[in-house]
Design a protein around this ligand. Sequence first.
Ligand SMILES: O=C(O)[C@H](O)COP(=O)(O)O
Ligand SMILES: [Mn+2]
Ligand SMILES: [Mn+2]
Length: 542
Amino acid sequence: MSDRMTKPVLLIVMDGWGMGSGGPEDAIARANTPVFDRLWSDYAHTTLMTHGPYVGLPAKNDMGGSEVGHLTMGAGMILDQGPTRINKAFADGSFLKSKALTKVMAAVESGGTLHLMGLLSDGNIHSHLDHFKKLINFAFDSGVKSLRVHALLDGRDVGIHTAQKYVCELEEDFVFINSRDGFDYRFASGGGRERIVMDRDRDWSKVEEGWNLMVHGTGAHRFPSMISAIEHMRAEKPGLIDQDMPGFVVVDEADRPVGPICDGDAVVMVNFRGDRAIEITEAFELDEFDGFDRGNRPDVVFAGMMVYDEDRNLPALQLMGPTKVDNPFGRRILELGIKQFRLTETQKYPHVTFFFNGGYRKPLDDTMEDYILIPSDKGVSFSEAPAMKANEIADRAVELIESGEYGFGLINFANADMVGHCGRMEPAIAAIETVDGAVGRIVEALAKVGGAALITADHGNAEEMMVYAKGGAEEASTKHSINPVPCILFDPAYDGSYTLRQPDDEQSTQTQPGLAHLAATLFEAMGQPVPDDLLPSLIQRS
Ligand SMILES: O=C(O)[C@H](O)COP(=O)(O)O
Ligand SMILES: [Mn+2]
Ligand SMILES: [Mn+2]
């Protein structure tokens, strides 16, 4: 061990690990978690809010997600998130007047088709149905004659079998619009978000399949309408979750695609969140591109709802500017001369990098920041390999702690979330038990060097693996929850002289313990002065 040993303080995010009811749907309560149980009983702990106004989301019961959660943890304050800012800009009219949207509309003025592509649901994690509707109505009001929707079906941020509901809502608008002379609005292609387009781990085959369906109108599954496609897929594979639905093209009586993307068209990616929107954006925007063979790349005006990659300014045309975090935690401690690492597997790479950094994805200073990303398994369902890369992450974390070089490290364990999104109880339990063991090895290494850790989560998921309809019918739940998450301050020198602030109904959104209080808590745990623009630390000394 180095003799200039630094005692690291870690932020360990057990992604998707919420505090549930303890009932049969609660995979976390059902799992055997001796490490978590011991930490909870021996160290100062509390629970944190991760949803709605506590993380800057528009509605009271909006679920938290990784983007808003990590951004809030890194910001140390509650900032308006993308959907909140977009809603406000729609409400005050500035969104529809933006230069970027004006350019999109101008591109199709002389007869091109406007294509809207994105996740068709009201999950509000990656996108919102209202944004589709508002853009459709605006196109209609602006006299755009031809519009096509390329719909990514959700079933991951919303109920598992809800695709039809969202499709029907837009179909209703189309019926009205198409009753006017010369207007032709419809769906052109679709498919489950886990099958096409919304990859975030450079699995280009998924993006390629989506590209071929949307751009070239080619693909084995061809249907006369969205609804017939969804009904057919469901009948063929009962129980199929929307996110896993194979991709398809909508075709006319002569089997011609009704809406391939052609030269002179405009394309809007309606998703506001970047991690799963960036790969398809690269396919549209980059001249030098080796993800897959694009065939004839159409010459289109392409716009994104927001920026998806700030470092490369992609896409070039953004309907809404980025959410700005002026002074994220990573930059603040860099300025204090504290060396830091970020560690996770690639499925969660945006989380520990550009989400936590509130924008930038590469280290600001390579000598002071190490971003370590272990490749996630590819081509398997995480429910078949629920250990994911948790053990490899723990191995690496122990090395980093023992190196004595780092004063801070952020670790994300993907398991409870990624396996939780599959909606199956047994694998979720296995996922949680793996994370528990991995955290155990990390705290053991920390104890040896006198380091500390805040152990928490960005939002719930695996503690709610089923939802119950009225009358008791149960259905698998693949989405996040709005339950609070645990927060433990592991501190081997803990002598009971402090506690962490507890939630109670009397506190305001700003003071109720939440993700926004972690940055100040970390500063305090590191023995550093807490910057006074941050929301206060959770540590209460007696
Ligand atoms: O992208 C996903 O997998 C889900 O929509 C949200 O999960 P995350 O916010 O935990 O990444
Ligand atoms: Mn998450
Ligand atoms: Mn998730």
